[in-house]
Design a protein around this ligand. Structure first.
Ligand code: IPT
Length: 994
């Protein structure tokens, strides 16, 4: 358990995951299982063939034992950086959960005939497994997400066999596997029994080169087999090529003639067959050439543009157990959102994932199973990356990782791991890869100085830092003095950016523009694809998705495990739509005269797309034009004339151009929108009769209730009590928003940065944004009525808002009038000088009756949007159910804001609210069943109380949502400083609906 060794016993040299016709037995199924809280409590004789396991429980293999609904078998633990036990390498605590597994299976003689050998192949066991076959120990398997074969020929018998595995949750390996995810022990990938034919082909590596100059492909085979295995034939039937090598020394490159290349955009695969008398191996191959030429990282001669995500292995019920259908659905969802690249954070995925990426088309950075982040707090003392005692194990890891995955065309770089600092061992891992596969670059982010990796990689760098790096200027985090200029000669990526925790991240467009314009930058990988909440139930049976702390962990990192663009239940977050809008490889610019279409795909013209322009007046569709255009080649653009927009019409004219799929594809149906652009057409308004000055109604006071048209107000406070016959209260000033994760964790200087010299995380420890807002009392404003003045045709109300102990105040004046059945509100908020810091919002809050079901609005939508994240939004008319307006982020927080409201209608209470422009701006709205205080108080969606009202917030402004871990998190132009605000609102009866 506690040695530095990479594993022991009958270990077989690492090989590819190959599809062979040799006999194979998947041992997945129901096994016998015994759980012990400590190794010394595990049954002593459990490995003996005649051991009586009839009293044991059962468990599915593959699975994690902590996800079997048996709390007595331990529970999941979530830590991001910390080890869940003392840093005392290579030792682990005595309390080391231990699972004993037993399975009985039979094999027939086909398995062992002709000198065949038998291998047990482990796809993944967390974290250490001692295997015993028919009573004989056959090996110790280490490396949780790495494959390992053991030769069990001498133990396997024709007929019945007993396999026993003893699995320890913690081992020395755990020090190397400190990734930001749940700790989930168990046999979580398949265990297979493979028959290896006597004169079989041990391993195959088909390097499939594509020459972009000639369009020709070449297969460069590497065949690992004994001389007796020859002759060996390599054939690609589709290309009419078949070559037989009589001896090992004859093995040589096989010219394929003209081929179609493989790329993420056009993932053309060919089936290659490698065979001999004993076995036939099928490899799906793709021809492509990966090169780093100066600062360009190219595939098939074309610079890569990575629009990527970090993807963990995750399933809300199964943990890291691979579910092919769910994984495929996930990849299709990526395709539908213009994602073309995956970093397999932070370990090699199930091999089938790479097969899917080959088939569907993704550029993949495949990452080794290696992270030691928990050494950081101790200044990286004893860090495995630079400790000779770990060298053999780390080289073993990189070898097993590489050998398993080497045949996949999707893999365009090898990554040594994540957050394990740097040292002689990581340098040796890189050297090993360079020697073994000169054809693909090595990535390793903590190699800040670029001593042994080929791609300059950073995390959460600010836009300014991207520019500095590009210009060859060093500073903190960017490279040692003297290295910056050298780094600027290399390709650059952000292996993590746009931290998607909760309602975040914004600024995708800022990064996209830099990726498109700075020559060294090739794009980045959003952190991360999906939340990892685990489906759980409360005692009374309500479902929720658990994050750190929900299983009573001693230490944990809370909801940092839910930081994806897709929620735990599979719901795409609004950020995913924003990503799709910003990162589309098809760029459209439309205006009243023309349409510019640019194709920034790596491969493939635009013949799969149709281009549509629609015109809307006041949110109503008035024209749809299909624009005919010849296919545009990658890197090409067209500037097209399009029909004139409508003229002489009443209302706003909006024109939207869309690139839609013309036909169904593997990943989306015809009509799917790949790109769009919307513009407001400044059409001259229709010449209409000027509206005559209208008379305002006179307010009347009936026993302390002021009646003004549709409204009734409290004569003492000036608050609404009724509107159109429905109880309504407010409006009240609101300066608080339920903190987003960024608000709650970020500071004016990002809360953690990395110290350049030590690579230690520096916690700036300053108050977070939310701390600042709380200190200013924004969440507890008290109100004092200054005046309620009833005039001849208006009611003027003045309120003063300030927090306990504070002197800073905001005075809000509300001027109510009623004109021909329309209630008109002119509101004005004026802060005193001297307010510290910033505000999250400046809004008016109206409390409406509960049960308001539906809303229709003319404004931005369909999704929530914020000042720094609104590229997925268009202006139009939308319908929604009220609960669907907000997102159930893992931890409840600000959600549902939609900027630039023109009007909204609530048919349930017959209310229409129109918002007029004041000083060129319109308010945004949020409609939610809980107020900001209820949302702030809840830690999970299911903790929100039964709704008692419907809350409408009309915000003159909201702060941006920013991007966590970047400095600054919110760009200065999207900060909200204390300021005055005005609203111009009209309340009327909603038109009757059919
Ligand atoms: C970065 C990690 O690489 C990633 O695994 C994840 O933990 C992310 O942070 C936070 O969610 S490391 C961080 C110190 C920048």
């Amino acid at each position: 358990m506690t040695s530095f060794s990479p594993g022991s016993g009958r270990r077989v040299a690492p090989r590819s995951q190959l599809s062979s016709d040799a006999p194979r037995r998947d041992l997945s199924g129901t096994w016998r299982f015994h759980f012990a809280t400590r190794p010394d409590l595990a049954p002593a004789d459990a490995c003996r063939v005649d051991f009586d396991d009839s009293g044991w429980d059962e468990i599915p293999v593959p699975s994690h034992w902590v996800l079997q609904g048996r709390p007595e078998w331990g529970r999941p633990i979530y830590t991001n950086i910390d080890y869940p036990f003392p840093v005392d390498p290579p030792f682990v605590p005595d309390e080391n959960p231990t699972g004993d597994y037993r399975v009985e299976f039979t094999v027939d003689d086909a398995f062992l005939t002709g000198g065949a050998r038998a291998h047990l192949r482990f796809g993944g066991v967390e974290s250490l497994c001692i295997a015993t076959m028919n009573g004989t120990p056959v090996g110790v398997v280490r490396g949780s997400r790495l494959a390992q074969e053991l030769d069990v020929t001498d133990e396997l018998v024709v007929g019945s066999n007993v396999l026993h595995l003893r699995v320890h949750q913690w081992s020395s390996n755990t020090y190397l596997e400190d990734q930001d995810q749940w700790w989930l022990p168990g046999v979580f990938r398949e265990v297979e029994l493979l028959s290896r034919p006597g004169a079989g082909i041990d391993d195959v590596w088909l390097r499939a080169d594509f020459d972009p100059e000639t369009g020709h492909g070449t297969l460069v085979p590497e065949i690992r087999a004994g001389a007796e295995a020859f002759p060996v034939t390599v054939a690609v039937e589709e290309l009419g090529v078949s070559t037989t090598f009589a001896t090992p020394s004859q093995v040589a490159p096989v010219p394929m003639g003209e081929v179609e290349p493989w790329s993420a955009d056009v993932p053309r695969l060919y089936e290659a067959v490698v065979s001999n008398a004993a076995e036939t191996i099928t490899v799906r191959t793709g021809f492509r050439r990966v090169e780093v030429v100066g600062h360009e990282w190219r595939v098939n001669g074309v610079k890569l543009r990575l629009r990527g995500v970090n993807r963990h292995e995750y399933h809300p019920d199964l943990g890291r157990v691979f579910d092919r259908e769910a994984a495929r659905e996930g990849l299709l969802l990526m395709k539908r959102h213009n994602i073309n690249a995956i970093r397999t954070a932070h370990y090699p995925p199930h091999p089938e994932l790479l097969a899917l990426a080959d088939e569907l088309g993704f550029w993949v950075i495949d990452e080794c199973d290696y992270e030691t982040h928990g050494f950081e707090a101790g200044g990286w003392v004893d860090n495995p990356s630079d400790d000779p005692r770990w060298r053999e194990t780390l080289l073993d890891r990189v070898e097993r990782f590489f050998e398993r995955d080497k045949n996949h065309p999707c893999v365009v770089a090898w990554s040594l791991g994540n957050e394990a600092h740097t040292g002689a061992n990581t340098a040796a891992m890189a050297a090993w890869l360079h020697r073994r596969d000169p054809g693909r670059p090595v990535h390793y982010e903590p190699d800040f100085d670029g001593r042994y990796s080929d791609v300059v990689s950073r995390m959460y760098a600010s836009p300014e830092e991207l520019r500095f790096l590009s210009e060859g200027l060093g500073n903190n985090k960017l490279g040692a003095p003297g290295r910056a200029a050298a780094l600027a000669e290399r390709p650059m990526i952000l292996c993590e950016y746009a931290h998607a925790m909760g309602n975040g991240s914004a600024q995708l467009d800022v990064y996209e523009e830099l990726f498109d314009t700075l020559p060294q930058w090739h794009g980045g990988f959003v952190w991360e694809w999906r939340d990892h909440g685990l489906r759980t139930h409360t005692d009374d049976g309500r479902e929720f998705f658990a994050y750190g702390g929900d299983f009573g962990e001693e230490i944990h990192d809370g909801n940092f495990v839910t930081d994806g663009m897709v929620l735990s239940d599979g719901t795409p977050s609004p950020m995913l739509a924003e990503f799709a809008a910003v990162c589309s490889p098809i760029k459209l610019v439309v205006d009243d005269l023309g349409l510019v279409i640019e194709n920034r795909r790596h491969d493939g013209d635009t013949s799969d797309l149709r281009f549509v322009v629609v015109d809307e007046v006041a949110g109503e569709l008035v024209a749809r034009h299909e624009i005919s255009v010849d296919p545009i080649w990658p890197d090409g653009a067209e500037d097209l004339d399009i029909p004139d927009p409508p003229a002489g019409v009443d209302g706003e004219v909006w024109r939207t151009a869309r690139a839609e799929l013309a036909a169904d594809t593997d990943w989306a149906p015809a009509g799917h929108v790949v790109a769009f652009h919307q513009v407001r057409i400044s059409a001259p308004p229709a010449a209409g009769a000027r509206v005559a000055e209208r008379e305002a109604d006179e307010p009347t006071d009936r026993d302390g209730v002021l009646v003004l048209g549709r409204a009734r107000l409290d004569a003492r406070t000036g608050d609404l009590v009724e509107l159109g016959g429905h109880p309504v209260s407010g409006p009240r000033l609101e300066l608080w928003r339920p903190p987003t994760d960024n608000d709650r964790l970020g500071t004016s200087s990002a809360f953690v940065t990395t110290d350049r010299n030590t690579n230690n995380l520096v916690d700036h420890g300053g108050p977070t944004h939310a701390d600042g807002w709380r200190a200013a009392g924004l969440d507890r404003l008290q109100r004092r009525v200054l005046a309620v003045e009833v005039g001849e045709d208006s009611i003027r109300v003045r309120h003063r808002y300030a927090a306990a102990a504070g002197r800073d105040a905001v005075v809000v004046e509300l001027l109510w009038r009623s004109i021909e059945g329309e209630l008109v509100l002119a509101a004005d908020a004026q802060p005193t000088r001297g307010w510290p810091g910033g505000w999250p919002r400046i809004g008016l809050h109206l409390v409406l009756p509960p049960g308001v079901e539906d809303v229709e609005w003319f404004g931005t939508g369909p999704n929530e949007n914020y000042p720094d994240s609104r590229r997925a939004a268009v202006v139009g008319r939308f319908l929604s159910r009220v609960p669907d307006l907000t997102i159930d982020y893992a931890r409840p927080q600000e959600s549902g804001h939609r900027g630039d409201l023109r009007w909204l209608e609530l048919p349930g209470i017959g209310l229409r609210i129109a918002a007029d422009e004041v000083a060129g701006a319109r308010p945004g709205f949020t409609l939610r069943r809980h107020d900001v205080r209820e949302v702030t108080a809840a830690d999970h969606p299911h903790e929100l109380p039964e709704p008692t009202a419907t809350h409408l917030y009309l915000d003159a402004a909201q702060r941006g949502i920013g991007t966590l871990l970047s400095d600054p998190d919110v760009r200065p132009e999207h900060e909200l400083r204390p300021r005055a605000a005005q609203w111009s609102l009209r309340f009327s009866a909603a038109p009757e609906r059919a």
